[in-house]
Design a protein around this ligand. Structure first.
Ligand SMILES: [Zn+2]
Ligand SMILES: [Zn+2]
Ligand SMILES: [Zn+2]
Length: 244
């Protein structure tokens, strides 16, 4: 996923005019899918241990698991501050947690057996964390799939946007609205706007610029493409695309 981040930061060129950001989305999707599979495996294994408990062989195993655990925890802490920013880093972070689970289970399970003489703690922790991982990974799978399907963000206020656009003096209608996420940060928007009268090109461009500014400011859209029309589209078309 770090390789993906590096590729993702490459500038757009003639071959990839949108840039390389979606490699991050693809990687996050793969990572999260893999993590769901691992979590399911962890759960099955934990249930197995729950049914027929096997004694944890003491000291050395505990030490090895502890070292692995510390290494994983360092990674988790290094990544965590950024995990709110990029979906790709979030997936990588979850993956590290997944790796950590097995060592946590061994360490805690070992301690529990040695000092408390209980054997159910290790599988219970494993199942708990694995379920958390499945839930978080599922969100990532959902979000990345939505981005790859050119879906609009959840709960985008289309009604407000249409109201805002048509409230601008000179714009009578907005249609053929398409809104999609390029990656988890940048929103792209395209639409046709109908001008209410036959005006000069400079005047039409002033109105277009006004709308573009509002879309960027109020709806945090990063890239706007608008087609200005005067009696441009057929009514059926307008009907079809006004409500996305
Ligand atoms: Zn359209
Ligand atoms: Zn552009
Ligand atoms: Zn049109």
């Amino acid at each position: 996923s770090f390789l993906a981040l590096r590729i993702g930061n490459k500038k757009a060129d003639e071959r990839r005019t949108f840039g390389y950001k979606r490699i991050e989305i693809l990687t996050a999707l793969l990572n999260a899918s893999l993590l769901i599979a691992i979590s399911v495996f962890l759960i099955i294994e934990a249930i197995d241990r729950f049914i027929k408990p096997t004694p944890v062989e003491g000291g050395l195993m505990l030490v090895v698991a502890l070292i692995g655990l510390i290494a994983n925890l360092v990674g988790v802490m290094l990544l965590h501050p950024h995990s709110h920013g990029s979906i790709n880093i979030k997936a990588a972070w979850l993956h590290l947690i997944g790796d950590t689970v097995s060592s946590v289970a061994v360490v805690v399970g070992g301690i529990a057996i040695m000092w408390l003489n209980v054997i159910w703690i290790d599988p219970v922790i494993t199942i708990g964390v694995a379920l958390y991982l499945v839930k978080e990974s599922w969100n990532i799978v959902y979000e990345t799939t939505n981005i790859l399907m050119q879906g609009a963000p959840r709960d985008f206020p289309f009604d407000n946007l249409i109201r805002e656009a048509t409230s601008i003096e000179g714009i009578s209608d907005i249609h053929h609205i398409h809104l999609w996420n390029l990656d988890d940060q940048t929103l792209h928007f395209e639409a046709h706007i109908c001008l209410s009268q036959d005006m000069s090109l400079s005047e039409a461009d002033r109105i277009r610029g006004l709308l573009e500014g509002r879309l960027k400011e109020m709806f945090h859209i990063g890239h706007v493409t608008l087609q200005t029309e005067y009696h441009g589209c057929r009514p059926t078309n307008i009907q079809h695309h006004t409500n996305p």
